[in-house]
Design a protein around this ligand. Structure first.
Ligand SMILES: Cc1cc2nc3c(=O)[nH]c(=O)nc-3n(C[C@H](O)[C@H](O)[C@H](O)COP(=O)(O)OP(=O)(O)OC[C@H]3O[C@@H](n4cnc5c(N)ncnc54)[C@H](O)[C@@H]3O)c2cc1C
Length: 459
């Protein structure tokens, strides 16, 4: 990057908030994919005005700008694949307002999701989206990816809670979208356009979210199954009769890699588990839990059903569930993570297909995730130094994604497309839809300076 541009960036954000030191650039070269693309500089702007000035400079001097939250993305969205400046949103980290009367919160994008959830809970309010990364991912990253989590089965995903945004456009203009009201239909829904746009259409600098009353009570069950098809079939049966707030699934390999974190001993032959919760007010939860116990007690084929009563047990169960993704690296040094979604009734077919793929390609492939939404994380483990494993993992990935589309599913439920899934986009989107999407990107960002190289397959 030219010295003159570095100087101009320093003038905008201040000398202390721009770095070109190689050891610091390295820290901003990675995300959850483990791939590495070093930026030429990292800027830490203080507000929307500074970001606007950076975007005007980027348009004049034509260098890429890549927004970055916590860098926990699983598809390479925050990686500077074409070099340029990484724009860290870490200084925009304030919860600006909690309006209890209207049940909304206004936050800056660098706020950690878990911190917002904890802060509003102290006022009896609830912000439901709970990605497993909630202790470190940011609200800006969640909006840009439309993150979901275990509670989506009852409460929906980030999109369902965002009322409005402040966004710096690639040309530096600052726009306010959406409303602070329960309803609003004025003009096109720009808020929804930016949600899930993976940092390619604008930089989100302020987020207004809807809150709901805190459900208060919760009961947690662990259901141990003797086969993955038993667990997968049970998911559909549970959802026709009950309304859990979470219904998570782990296969035997996922269980094995976090077994030491689980608070209960597992019976011999445990091949899959379901982590299920019901929530609401205390009497309502009691009724839901009793109905569920009755339903599960009638299933003599299940290996065991445990209810977690102690806070420590519940914490341990969630610690184990959230540890699955990072613990995968105890199996192999590399992983291809797919977060496909199928209609819930097709989950049994999907998990059995994954088992057959693993056998066919002689790879470790395991599944876990948000079974209640049909959102199954498929993890293809490999060692990239083994060329045979690489080629088989690539074949298995394509076969998986093709099967998901045939099952009436979608390529990504919450991780987005980024760089890792771009090549597969035409499996799901027709040529006309892709052309419209490229047109939208071109309208917002004709110079292709904001997060280039993401979402769209190479032309
Ligand atoms: C262990 C683990 C568990 C995970 N579990 C889940 C899960 O349960 N559910 C789920 O949905 N995801 C999950 N993820 C993926 C990841 O945490 C989410 O995608 C999260 O939303 C990313 O937030 P971030 O702050 O890390 O964003 P980053 O990774 O920094 O960025 C993600 C994308 O958002 C863009 N972006 C970031 N901030 C802004 C902004 N202010 N304006 C515009 N664009 C922006 C970036 O350019 C990039 O394209 C998990 C990841 C890990 C590592």
């Amino acid at each position: 990057m030219k010295r003159e541009i570095v100087k101009q960036l320093q003038r905008i954000v201040g000398k202390d908030y721009l770095t070109t030191a190689p050891e610091e650039l390295l820290c901003y070269s990675y995300d959850g994919t483990g791939r590495e693309f070093p930026p030429e500089a990292v800027a830490f702007p203080a507000d929307a005005e500074e970001i606007s000035a950076i975007m005007r400079l980027a348009n004049a001097a034509l260098f890429p700008v890549v927004p970055r939250g916590a860098g926990s993305g699983m598809t390479g969205g925050s990686l500077p694949v074409a070099g340029g400046v990484v724009l860290s949103l870490s200084r925009l980290n304030r919860i600006l307002e909690i309006d209890e009367a209207n049940q909304i919160a206004v936050v800056e994008p660098g706020v950690i999701t878990g911190d917002l959830r904890k802060t509003v809970a102290k006022r009896g309010l609830y912000y439901p989206p709970d990605p497993a990364s909630l202790k470190f991912c940011t609200m800006g990253g969640n909006v840009a990816e439309c993150a979901g989590g275990p509670s989506a089965v009852k409460y929906g995903v980030t999109r369902d809670y965002v009322l409005g945004l402040e966004v710096v456009l690639p040309d530096g203009r600052i726009v306010q979208t959406g409303v602070r009201t329960a309803k609003g239909v004025v003009g096109y829904d720009l808020t929804r356009l930016f949600i899930g746009s993976e940092g390619t259409l604008g930089i989100i600098t302020r987020i207004t979210v809807r809150l709901i009353p805190h459900p208060g009570a919760k009961k947690t069950f662990l259901i141990l199954c003797s086969s993955i098809s038993q667990a997968a079939t049970l998911v559909a049966e549970i959802l026709t009769r009950h309304r859990p707030c979470t219904l998570e699934y782990m296969d035997r390999t996922a269980i094995r890699i976090v077994r030491d974190k689980l608070p209960f001993a597992l019976p011999e032959g445990t091949e899959a588990l379901l982590l299920l919760e019901v929530d609401g007010d205390a009497p309502g939860v009691g009724i839901q839990a009793a109905a569920l116990q009755e339903f599960l007690a009638a299933r003599s084929d299940l290996l065991a059903v445990r209810q977690a009563d102690q806070a420590a047990e519940i914490d341990a169960l969630w610690t184990a569930r959230r540890a699955v993704s990072p613990a995968a690296f105890s199996l192999q040094p590399h992983k291809i993570s797919e977060d496909v979604v199928v209609p819930r009734s097709r989950i049994p077919e999907l998990v059995l297909f994954v088992e057959s793929l693993a056998a066919e390609h002689d790879l470790t492939i395991f599944t876990f995730g948000h079974a209640g939404d049909g959102n199954i994380h498929v993890n293809i483990m490999l060692d990239k130094s083994q060329s045979r494993q690489v080629s088989h993992a690539e074949m298995a990935t394509r076969a998986l994604l093709e099967r998901v589309i045939r099952l009436g599913g979608t390529l990504s439920g919450e991780h987005g497309i980024g760089i890792t899934k771009a090549a597969f986009l035409p499996l799901e989107l027709d040529a006309a839809s892709l052309a419209v999407m490229r047109g939208i990107k071109n309208f917002f960002d004709p110079n292709n300076i904001l997060n280039p190289g993401k979402i769209f397959p190479a032309a």
